[in-house]
Ligand binder design. Structure first.
Ligand SMILES: NC(=O)c1ccc[n+]([C@@H]2O[C@H](COP(=O)([O-])OP(=O)(O)OC[C@H]3O[C@@H](n4cnc5c(N)ncnc54)[C@H](O)[C@@H]3O)[C@@H](O)[C@H]2O)c1
Length: 399
């Protein structure tokens, strides 16, 4: 997937985080929450998922300004039994509420071995692997999903019913970064079509149908129509499963009742999320798990390759490599995102900071004390070198 267009320039990671944080504070998000929101958003850009990073900042903040997202919402517990938590995000920022949910789940998973949360009344909360990577950094496995605004039809239909309902999980390894599995049940995340529309470019054939159910390469027609499911009827079935876990079981809005982030500027989204957190230590010694997953990776990488293929990649590996580059060179920010953020800065009286990377490199590469977990990750990285993509950290809170 292209992540950098000809018209994009790079911005230092630290400056991008500060920009997002300052703007969020300007719309009444408490500073601590604004920092977490900024970290989640910029991490997506760092990890090479710009469709779910700062390109969404404008719409999140406009929805706060329109009273559709509560910038100071608390996360409330509706029910609890054992390791099960039923949570209400009270229409707060999805990223912040999801992180607060994870804060509550971690001690429960340590106690019970497994902890599960449903979260209702939430919003679009970006790239799921961000939350999964946080869990992996604590030697836990988070299986995460969400429903979303209608974008895909059931197999045979041409009316949007499901969101592109993504599924994600990250698995800690002994070599630095986690194995990161994170995908929409659509053939592509809808963010790619939104990005093509913003750039005024067509989308590849096979991604979407227009409103009449005919194949289209026109991004606007695709957004008005439906995105195709991943693998036809199998993606449909998987999307339904995730809709049941994230929407039905959570008490959130279901299918077309979920509000559109871009089109419905007069109603809340009511998204639901599903988090299942496993404490690896409840199953086996963490060191044994890591040794076994490393062995699995080695086996996969050693598979005989198809003609013309130079390397078999592990899910998350290319993203880890991209993250290393983006931390050094800054994240690509396309022209339309830059002008949206410039406008937000003017409207909110905030200094525009998405300047060229040269100005911000020192801030972006400034060394910060390593957390205990990240330090372990770095130590692990030194002792193994045969899995290049995952050897140089890149999970947990991004640098
Ligand atoms: N919040 C929401 O409502 C929502 C909805 C849809 C998608 N999303 C997010 O959009 C993002 C992108 O989703 P997507 O479906 O476009 O993902 P994608 O197609 O870019 O990647 C899917 C998975 O395949 C892996 N992968 C890709 N190429 C590979 C290769 N050659 N070898 C091995 N593994 C490989 C990736 O590491 C990833 O785990 C995700 O972060 C997802 O969470 C969010």
């Amino acid at each position: 997937m292209p992540t950098e267009s000809a018209s994009s320039s790079r911005c230092g990671v630290a400056w991008a985080r500060k920009q997002v944080r300052d703007l969020a504070v300007a719309v009444n998000v408490p500073p601590g929450d604004a920092g977490r929101f900024a970290d989640a958003l910029v991490a997506a850009d760092v990890q090479g998922i710009p469709t779910h990073g700062i390109s969404r900042l404008n719409v999140y903040l406009r929805r706060i300004q329109a009273g559709l997202i509560n910038p100071r919402a608390k996360l409330s517990v509706i029910r609890q039994r054992g390791g099960v938590l039923v949570l209400d995000a009270n229409h707060g920022l999805g990223q912040v509420q999801a992180l607060k949910a994870l804060d509550r789940l971690v001690p429960l998973a340590r106690e019970h071995g497994v902890a599960v949360a449903t979260i209702r009344n939430s919003q679009h909360f970006g790239a799921l692997s961000y939350y999964c990577n946080q869990a992996a950094a604590q030697d836990m496995i988070l299986i995460a999903s969400t429903n979303g605004e209608p974008a895909m039809s059931p197999e045979g239909g041409c009316q949007a019913f499901f969101g592109t309902n993504p599924l994600a999980a990250s698995f800690p390894t002994g070599r630095g970064g986690p194995v990161k599995i994170d995908f929409a049940t659509a053939i592509v995340a809808r963010g790619n079509i939104i990005a093509a529309q913003k750039r005024g470019q067509p989308i590849p054939p096979g991604w979407a149908l227009n409103g009449e159910g005919e194949p289209t390469t026109d991004a606007a027609a695709a957004l008005a129509g439906t995105v195709l499911t991943l693998g036809g009827h199998k993606g449909y079935a998987l999307a339904l499963m995730l809709e049941v876990l994230s929407g039905v079981l959570s008490g959130a809005a279901i299918g077309p009742a979920v509000g559109s982030m871009y089109k419905d500027m007069n109603r809340r989204q009511g998204v639901g999320h599903f988090f299942c957190l496993l404490d690896i230590a409840a199953f086996m010694e963490v060191s044994e798990f890591k040794q076994r997953i490393d062995q699995t990776i080695d086996g996969i990488k050693a598979c005989r390759k198809r003609p013309g293929v130079s390397e078999i990649l592990i899910p998350g590996e290319s993203s880890h490599r991209e993250a290393q580059q983006n931390r050094l060179q800054g994240i690509p920010v396309d022209e339309s995102t830059q002008s949206e953020i410039k406008q937000l800065c003017m409207d909110l009286g905030v200094k525009f900071r998405l300047g060229p990377v040269a100005r911000s490199r020192s801030a972006c590469t400034r060394r910060r004390p390593l957390s205990r977990v990240t330090a372990q990750v770095h130590r692990g990285a030194k002792s193994h070198s045969n899995f290049r993509g995952l050897t140089h950290q890149a999970h947990g809170r991004p640098q």
